[in-house]
Ligand binder design. Sequence first.
Ligand SMILES: Nc1ncnc2c1ncn2[C@@H]1O[C@H](COP(=O)(O)OP(=O)(O)O)[C@@H](O)[C@H]1O
Ligand SMILES: [Mg+2]
Length: 362
Amino acid sequence: MTDTPNPEATPRIVGGRYRLEERLGAGSMGEVWSARHVVTKQEVAVKLLFGHTTRDERGVERFLREVQVAGAIGHPGIATVYDAGRDVDGSLYIAMERLRGQGFGEWIRAENPSLVEALGVMARLLEAVAATHAAGVVHRDIKPDNVFVLDGPQGQRPVKLLDFGIARHVEGANTATRTGFTVGTPFYMSPEQAMDPRRCGPPADVWSVGAMLYELMTGHPPFEGETATAVCLAAVQEAHRPITEEAPMVPPALAALVDQCLAKTASQRPADGAALLALLRPIIADLSGVAVPVGRPRPAEGEERDDEATLATRSGSLELPSPRRWRWGLLLGALGAAALTVLWLSSRGSGARAGRRARRCA
Ligand SMILES: Nc1ncnc2c1ncn2[C@@H]1O[C@H](COP(=O)(O)OP(=O)(O)O)[C@@H](O)[C@H]1O
Ligand SMILES: [Mg+2]
């Protein structure tokens, strides 16, 4: 598991100058801690690579890339890197701007934002994605876990795009991925990235943002499966279920844009983050004041929500939830979609179609 603390990788003072204080999170590469510089007392976040990754050449390469790429883009939507190095025990670390907030999925779950508000956060994410693409870099791992929503006034939450560990320059060799190492998260991975991670350009990130948008509106990613391979195969071979079927309340222009982001052929998607942002902005402006729920319907009062099945837990590693939890998530997703569909159809007085659609979703 990726979130198992590694005692070897968590010395109290890292690099002779960062005193670790609190574990903030973990991802596929390591752990992130809040820390304080022993002399200046500046608060930072220290990312420590798991022991095994630091002995792995690809892990070291990935680490160096993260430091260099994130630093080179220099956008407010990307955490500033202050320092990086190797600790006495050999483990690699990055010291960066300490962020306060929560992951995108957690934010959705905790704050229950309106669709307009959630799209506002997605637009701010796209500003960082656009800057990344303008710098000639493809992130290749955009997913809810790597999008951090900062604390701040409602409706204006700043966003930071995290984790440039597998980012790569569009032009340029990259030995770490030449070995055929498949990188990224299957739920948000474009078909071309699933087929060949070396060949993907900005449209692969557009797909990932599209998959997040799809999940925002339907409550589940566009492609699912019991294994990472099954998810990737589905993304390559199958059509996603149209948003208009699953979440009929979503405005058609928005549904069409998300469908475009999820086009199998990269050239049929918006070309990059800036192009997608330009198409999304007028849709958000038109939506102001329209109440559209995010994800699957909220549970009734007193009813427990199964967080396993929410966007918050469609996590980042290539490890999928256990089949039992996975099936449970799928069942809930199907029920949620069926409920929404029935609601819509009954409002249009079409009971027969509702029954058919509900059977199909279940
Ligand atoms: N600068 C930061 N400040 C606060 N928390 C952070 C920071 N960077 C990362 N995190 C937390 O740590 C988690 C893992 O970080 P990430 O960079 O995605 O690591 P990995 O490469 O291991 O996936 C994030 O999902 C987030 O919750
Ligand atoms: Mg991550």
